[in-house]
Design a protein around this ligand. Structure first.
Ligand code: ASP
Length: 343
């Protein structure tokens, strides 16, 4: 608590000592200045590179987010877009959401055969009175707005994973059946190459004007029940932006994030004066507190940034990483965590 009060005092004093603050903060590597973009997982580095031309030309954070999403959705990978992991019926269904500096937001869930779900979410935000469209309705809306229907192309990784899942598992509508071959019913799954079985690209950015936006795009948890919607389509869960305070995004078991309105809570803790890292930590703690035994076997991570461009992350398990790009850095950071993965 004393540490927190010092931190708050430091934040309020920083306006008076701006040059010193900037120097110290850059040395601490917690602030990148404007513009800045943060994206989840290793692939975030490439996503940030795709978004950077918009930000470096003083473009809008929202456009940078969409550019990053288009890049990653175009890639045929097991993680995002039409090459993503299918549900347990073998169908790839996509969730995405977007939020801007005016608290405008849009989302799609369970979208099939449309390559750029985040762009559809943006259309929902900009052209309809609604926030979330799902399933056939979302697809119909996309087609009416110039998006074309394309077959899902399972990436090699996704195909192999699905085929091995089919061999080992019968179809049973049981939550998290995808994780049952691991060290418990909710254990994190890792692919053969060691990469975690998480499928979400979450992005938050601040542009030169100091405005924040964010977006999330995903094929969701691998081998989910057809119709399941994760946190990535739910504003306040997988993404929240408050232009007065900051922004946050999440990855991991979406159900746990939805239960506690995870990213909204992160932003509210930042509003109370907590640093982005501590705000993320407090929310992760809340997930752990609700069900400590289960928390030991799942992964959830949050990444956050405040209006000063300070950023941080926290996850339940070791292994959550995020990429940061600004004018002073372009690198992947490891999130702090509660539980170390066994070697
Ligand atoms: N959060 C995503 C979901 O629950 C999955 C992930 O990040 O791995 O759909």
């Amino acid at each position: 608590m004393a540490k927190e009060m010092n931190r708050r005092k430091f934040i309020s004093l920083s306006a008076l000592t701006a040059p010193l603050f900037s120097f110290k903060a850059i040395a601490d590597n917690t602030i990148g200045g404007k513009p800045i973009i943060l994206s989840t997982w290793d692939e975030g580095k490439n996503v940030n590179a795709a978004a950077w031309p918009v930000l470096s030309k003083k473009g809008r954070a929202l456009d940078a987010i969409e550019a990053g999403a288009v890049y990653v959705e175009d890639k045929i990978s097991c993680c995002v877009g039409l090459g993503g992991n299918p549900d347990r019926d073998g169908t790839v269904t996509l969730d995405a959401c977007i939020m801007d500096e005016h608290a405008n937001c849009g989302a799609v869930a369970g979208l099939e055969q449309i390559k750029h779900p985040l762009s559809v979410a943006r259309k929902v935000m900009e052209t309809t009175p609604h926030v979330l469209l799902v399933g056939n309705g979302a697809q119909k809306f996309a087609l009416q707005n110039g998006f074309t229907k394309e077959p899902a192309i399972l990436s090699e990784d996704a195909r192999k994973e699905y085929e091995s899942w089919l061999k080992k598992n019968e179809y049973q509508p049981t939550i998290n059946i995808e994780n049952k071959n691991q060290n418990g019913p909710f254990a994190p799954v890792f692919f053969d190459d060691g990469s975690p079985n998480h499928d979400t690209m979450g992005m938050i950015a601040m542009d030169t004007a100091g405005n924040l936006s964010g977006g999330v795009t995903t094929s969701g948890m691998a081998f989910k029940i057809h119709g399941r919607v994760g946190d990535s389509a739910v504003i306040g869960a997988g993404l929240f932006v408050d232009n007065e305070v900051g922004a946050a995004t999440s990855s991991g078991v979406g159900e746990e994030v939805i239960r506690i309105c995870g990213t909204h809570l992160v932003v509210e803790f930042m509003r109370q004066g907590y640093s982005p890292e501590l705000a993320c930590k407090k929310v992760v703690q809340r997930i752990i507190k609700r069900d400590p035994a289960k928390a030991k076997t799942i992964q959830v991570g949050f990444v956050a940034m405040n209006k000063k461009g300070e950023y941080g992350a926290y996850s339940i398990q070791e292994g959550f990483v995020y990429a940061v790009k600004s004018s002073v850095e372009d690198k992947i950071h490891s999130s702090k965590y509660f539980y170390k993965q066994p070697a």
